[in-house]
Design a protein around this ligand. Sequence first.
Ligand SMILES: NC(=O)c1ccc[n+]([C@@H]2O[C@H](COP(=O)([O-])OP(=O)(O)OC[C@H]3O[C@@H](n4cnc5c(N)ncnc54)[C@H](O)[C@@H]3O)[C@@H](O)[C@H]2O)c1
Length: 452
Amino acid sequence: MKICVIGTGYVGLVVGTCFAESGNTVVCVDIDEAKIEGLKNGIIPIYEPGLKELILRNAEEGRLSFTTDLASAIKSSLLQFIAVGTPPGEDGSADLNHVLGVAREIGRHMESFKIVVDKSTVPVGTADKVRAAIRQELDSRNVDIEFDVVSNPEFLKEGAAIDDFMRPDRVVIGADNVRTAEIMKELYAPFMRKSNRIIVMDVLSAEMTKYAANAMLAVKISFMNQIANLCELLEADVAAVREGIGSDSRIGYDFLFPGAGYGGSCFPKDVKALVRTAAESNYDFVLLKAVEEVNERQKLVLPRKVISYFGGDGKALPLQGKRIAMWGLSFKPRTDDMREAPSIVIINALLEAGAQVSAHDPVAIKEARKIFGDRISYSSNEYEILRDADALLIVTEWNEYRNPDFERIAELLNKPVIFDGRNLYDPRRMKFIGFEYFAIGRNGKHFTTERA
Ligand SMILES: NC(=O)c1ccc[n+]([C@@H]2O[C@H](COP(=O)([O-])OP(=O)(O)OC[C@H]3O[C@@H](n4cnc5c(N)ncnc54)[C@H](O)[C@@H]3O)[C@@H](O)[C@H]2O)c1
């Protein structure tokens, strides 16, 4: 099939590349000229495992191309995937300017039947707005060309995006027209060889499904963070509790790791947008408001532990003269995405408290520099930043931090003390090897058998 993917970010690039990999002819469009120029020359603007190899191969084999010429891309393709950003507006609602701008462009340039696919995460009712925007452009051109608008929300996870797209748990297709639903099913058939996981539903329900999925995951995270905080107060161990409740098949083990709060480009904005959507229908989504508040508080748990450890409570600059080393900047491992990363709040809190911060991350330093500039220092070597630091903070659970050289850490730090926002280590072992170890909700009595 001939496909045009508009927006070459974390979603558009993966979607376009994976469709090319299954034999389709894909043209990826972006307004960012530098990005497109780079892609034409094999420079991939984001870090996503396995993506570069796939892009290079499909481009070389002629199935994948990049352009800023939206008009030609629209004309030459049957399917128009809208994968532009939907950032939160002032009031928390999803900003649809990019999506509707693209819809108008489609209406301006289409010359034959098109299937317009909302791939971006958009509020319930957006397909109608996209339809109206296209229709308005066609009317002003005085032409009547048939088109369909489909909702096909994306569930990929950054860091595992290729695998998620190639072997999805499910593909949701919201279509009000049987013929179009069949074309969409055909497009996704190569990814369904083991079993059919395509769920076809009406457009409004498909739009809602994406928000409900992200909101549910955010609920789980905030719930477990509160359980962990309470465990700490009651001297219970959240790792034991997680095993105890996860073994209930109605609950399951996934997404029950407490930590430094959720971040990224999706959960924070999608939770906000759903609260806003509810408010527009005069419905008070109290549960999600609480989830958001819990998450904001959770990001401050780690810096508060550091301040209280150094005894600076109540002082204007409680961490003055302290050097803090930080492992992990990206909002989660295997991505360079810094959008809404808890590390941002944590670093700001440490800097405000007077600390000096040096950070390591395997891939996100370039992105982090755009946020912090030279307010903190960086190193591509995780041990280098430990020299003469007063404590190590772990903020992102990159694999390379899971089994580090503890002897070397102890040697380099002024004093062997670790604040672990991701519960990577066994508190009993840490005590045994001479560390002061502060995790989230652990009492050190539970011998951990945690599943990954
Ligand atoms: N990142 C994720 O993990 C993820 C997962 C599922 C769904 N989503 C959703 O997918 C959408 C895109 O997310 P993303 O993370 O890929 O965003 P992104 O910011 O990485 O990429 C968006 C791209 O769209 C381009 N763009 C903006 N306006 C344009 C226009 N008029 N014409 C052409 N290109 C334009 C931008 O230049 C940018 O390259 C969002 O709605 C997001 O909520 C994201």
